[in-house]
Design a binder for this molecule. Structure first.
Ligand code: GUN
Length: 292
């Protein structure tokens, strides 16, 4: 069993970006600038956004964090996005999800300019991605592809089972793995809450991507010997033995699944680290290929 070390691979991606940004700067070109919008005080969202801002600084990007109170009106948020769309110094815009109930996520995503949508959530980006055109690929699936590529994991002809059909992970992941690309060409089964015989389907999988958001859902009896297991889950579970009062759990029961796998991602230190690296990669593309 080999661990897919997301921190290590993310560091490689970030080092590479830092070198490229240093070159841009030396050439007197624009420094990539990411604007992140955070609404409210959700603990996990605070952590993710702080990590994105910190990573920008590490690799020499500019970043701007814009915060709104939990009860912000939708029109105020949309107005801010329009302002960022029109600001030529801003290259990428992300609005951290989830958003409070009074705000329609769909409207927010649709308002972000397609060429600044470095999360790749805008329908125009997803549409281009589906057709294999140049597009921003949502950061988590993109990060997983970078991980598979780094470890030279063969995907061609493999049966990939994706559990979870969210717009930001499961569904784009299922499409990307099915495409005719070096990290694609899988036969893909996309499973969700209405899937029957999930265990039997998972037992047929060469690659499992668990992205349903249920801690330790995937257990050893659902995994074939030698499978590749990618764990997208990052749920905070109350744990008084930890200083913060919670532990981070993936969607995979790591201790019992890991011995059966050829490769597995740990949590933390797996997919999460790659998500941020992939977002940075998209932000760099926003500057250098501003036609996406
Ligand atoms: N919430 C969970 N994952 C993501 C992500 O990749 N981007 C944004 N904006 N919000 C998220």
């Amino acid at each position: 069993m080999q661990i897919l070390d997301g921190r290590l691979v993310a560091q490689t991606v970030k080092n590479d970006l830092k070198e490229k940004v240093d070159i841009l700067k030396a050439q007197g070109k624009k420094t990539p600038h990411l604007a992140a919008i955070l609404v409210g005080n959700n603990g996990a969202s605070e952590t993710y956004v702080a990590s994105k801002v910190k990573t920008c600084a590490e690799i020499g990007f500019h970043s701007t964090l814009i915060r709104f109170e939990e009860d912000v009106e939708e029109r105020v948020l949309l107005q801010k996005i329009q302002e960022l769309n029109n600001n030529t110094d801003i290259d990428g815009i992300l609005v951290q999800l989830p958003l409070p109930k009074q705000i329609a996520e769909e409207k927010v995503i649709n308002t972000i300019a397609v060429e600044k949508d470095v999360d790749g959530f805008h329908p125009a980006n997803l549409g281009k991605m589906i057709q294999g055109q140049a597009a921003y690929i949502p950061a988590t699936p993109y990060g997983i592809l970078l991980l598979l590529e780094h470890y030279h994991i063969e995907t061609k002809g493999k049966h990939a089972v994706v559990i979870g059909r969210s717009n930001i992970v499961g569904r784009p992941m299922s499409i990307l793995l099915s495409q005719n690309t070096p990290t694609g060409n899988c036969t893909v089964t996309l499973c969700h809450s209405h899937t029957r015989n999930l265990r039997d389907i998972c037992l047929q999988a060469d690659i499992i991507v668990a992205a349903l958001g249920k801690p330790e859902f995937l257990t050893a009896d659902m995994v074939k010997e030698g499978a590749v297991v990618i764990d997208v889950g990052i749920t905070r579970v109350k744990d008084d033995s930890k200083k913060k009062g919670y532990a981070i759990k993936g969607d995979v029961h790591y201790e019992n699944v890991a011995p059966k796998c050829s490769y597995i991602t740990p949590v933390p230190g797996g997919v999460g680290a790659m998500t941020i690296a992939a977002l940075m990669q998209n932000t760099y593309l926003a500057v250098t290929q501003n036609k996406l």
